[in-house]
Design a protein around this ligand. Sequence first.
Ligand code: C2E
Ligand code: CA
Ligand code: CA
Ligand code: CA
Length: 279
Amino acid sequence: AKKAGRNTLSFFDPEMQETINLRAALENELREAIAHHQFELYYQIQMHSSGRVLGAEALVRWLHPQRGVVQPQEFIPLAEESGLILSLGQWVLEAACIELGNWRQNPLLSALTLSVNVSARQFHQANFVRQVKECVRRYGVNPARLKLELTESMLLDNTDGIIASMKELKALGIQFSLDDFGTGYSSLQYLKRLPLDQLKIDQNFVRDIVKDGNDEAIVRTIIAMAQSMELDFIAEGVETEEQKQVLLSYGCTHYQGYLFSKPVPLKAFQQLVREAVEK
Ligand code: C2E
Ligand code: CA
Ligand code: CA
Ligand code: CA
């Protein structure tokens, strides 16, 4: 049997076989982690140029029993390929709604919005709208404080169906933000059809805004587009005071990035909000 096994495997590059095994092992581990809720939401603060706190983006972390805190780039792509993103995404949505329900009772936090990332497969599920409605109702969330972050690429097929789902959620007061904006190829014509509230300027353009003339032009164009569509816009990946000043000079007053804080656990986020209020 051993010999036959070896012959079968000889078609494969052993390194490739190892990659496949590792992948399968990680997928199993991830499935277990979802079953045992080994995740936590971290919160990254979003600020207005006036120093006022706007809200936060919820970013998931895997609390691995041996490896500690695992970053999403190490498991979100696999979760998406394997379909596990459906149950993980449902957990994220529920955890975010539980928190937003708590915030409603807290004068320090009740006016803040919480942005939640939604992956393509999750949004395309037939019962996604119902899941969101259920969550909002069950946890007493003020829908106006929930912002769903979508990406351009996921909006390209079945556009009419997507617009219908978005409109149904918008009717409740839920907001939509278009993440990583500027990295896709959507036309203004197309974007105008989507019932969006906000564009998120991708961090790739913010990174080199101070020294790169091209990125400066892109950011100016994005801001002009947002203004012509009467949408809010927020810059992500703001790391330096200089970047913030350049953005402000273009009329961008909403920021998210390491200049203000990395994503942090809930307690630390609440402390940041308290400090911002006391300033
Ligand atoms: P994203 O949605 O574009 O989130 C922004 C990422 O940029 C976060 O990485 C954040 O930590 C990082 N970031 C924020 N400010 C700065 C900065 O000033 N400089 C730099 N260099 N980076 C900054 P994170 O938390 O590792 O998440 C990576 C990606 O994983 C997210 O990108 C998102 O696509 C995905 N993700 C995270 N949480 C979820 C989730 O709950 N559901 C889904 N579907 N995807 C998620
Ligand atoms: Ca995001
Ligand atoms: Ca982003
Ligand atoms: Ca990104």
